[in-house]
Design a protein. Structure first.
Length: 81
């Protein structure tokens, strides 16, 4: 969640997998994740300027088609730490 916090602080409100615990967001996510309608992703991410963690890593191909000018941050961690 540190990347999410950093993006929020920098002025890029961040959608994060932890938000899926809210039923209203979870329902929107399931619709976006299971349909091929870009409008569902746009509705889900309305009000956010960034996305991190899940669902970004599992849906990056779809998201890059919908938001072709998006910038990507590749976050690599040492798995032993």
């Amino acid at each position: 969640m540190s990347l999410m916090n950093a993006l929020d602080i920098l002025g890029f409100p961040c959608f994060h997998g932890s938000h899926l615990a809210k039923p209203s967001i979870g329902d929107l996510f399931m619709k976006a994740f299971t349909n091929e309608n870009p409008k569902d992703w746009i509705k889900l991410l309305d009000g956010y300027a960034s996305i991190a963690d899940f669902p970004a890593f599992s849906s990056y191909k779809e998201l890059m088609k919908i938001f072709p000018d998006a910038k990507v941050i590749l976050n690599i961690r040492d798995p032993n730490k």
